[in-house]
Design a protein around this ligand. Structure first.
Ligand code: C5P
Length: 232
């Protein structure tokens, strides 16, 4: 099956501009990420409408609750026939096991990945919430726990991917944001990699937002990224 590595982040305040962008993209060359804001605005109906155009969806709702509640939310998300969902690894081993079990028995099983440490948190923020060690150490530990729980992978920065790829086999998906094609605006991202650098570091899928969503010609940027990856 065709397996595009680029996931376009549909970070729009409402469905109209999101649909206008989707109309310019090609489901053979990308997947789409729908996050909290757009899902709250557009709901399952928005997801279904872009799926009807052939796109596979990463439903980025980052569930974090007691195991029973997260399992139920994962089942409900899987019922939307989305390609990928995610949960917070900080919900703990039992919560992640419940999420993995919930999707495992689903006829249209989505991938379920863990969010390790939010990139907005530094060492001092972690100390404030009672976690010792730096973000990288916590990412390592939470990624190992996610794999132990039976999750399919984690979201991580491309710089973390290098290390995680050494301790996890090739099937463990590393989904990396913070991607910027060479020469493009960095926006508010602090640690970035180009698409080819991220894949070389071990990334399985790349989340790309503004370089595509704010481009004059989104399809041309997407094609250029895919060409860069093919040439690798
Ligand atoms: O526009 P840009 O390419 O920076 O968008 C990146 C996307 O990845 C956004 O949806 C952002 O919320 C998400 N993300 C991120 N960094 C993380 C986790 C998610 O940039 N650590």
């Amino acid at each position: 099956m065709n397996d595009p590595q680029i996931i376009v982040a549909l970070d729009f305040p409402d469905t109209a501009p999101a649909l206008a962008l989707v109309d310019q993209l090609d489901p053979l060359t990308c997947r789409l990420k729908v996050g909290k804001e757009l899902f709250i605005r557009g709901g399952p109906q928005f997801v279904e409408s872009v799926q009807a155009q052939g796109f596979q969806i990463f439903l980025d709702l980052k569930f974090h609750d007691i195991p029973n509640t997260v399992a139920a939310a994962c089942r409900a998300a899987a019922d939307l026939d989305v390609w990928m969902i995610n949960v917070h690894a900080l919900g703990g081993l039992q919560m992640m096991e419940a999420a993995a079990a919930a999707v495992a028995s689903h006829p249209n099983r989505p991938l379920c990945i863990g969010v390790t440490v939010l990139t907005s948190l530094d060492t001092s923020d972690l100390r404030d919430i009672g976690l010792t060690g730096n973000p990288a150490e916590n990412v390592e530990q939470l990624a190992a726990l996610a794999e132990q729980a039976g999750l399919d992978g984690v979201v991580c920065s491309a710089s973390e991917a290098t290390h995680l790829r050494r301790s996890h086999n090739a099937d463990f998906k590393l989904v990396t944001p913070g991607i910027r094609p060479a020469g493009m605006d960095v926006n508010d991202q602090k640690r970035i990699m180009t698409p080819s650098q991220a894949v070389a570091a071990g990334a399985s899928y790349l989340v790309v937002g503004r370089p595509i969503t704010r481009a004059d010609d989104p399809l041309q940027v997407l094609d250029a990224i895919n060409a860069e990856l093919t040439e690798q």
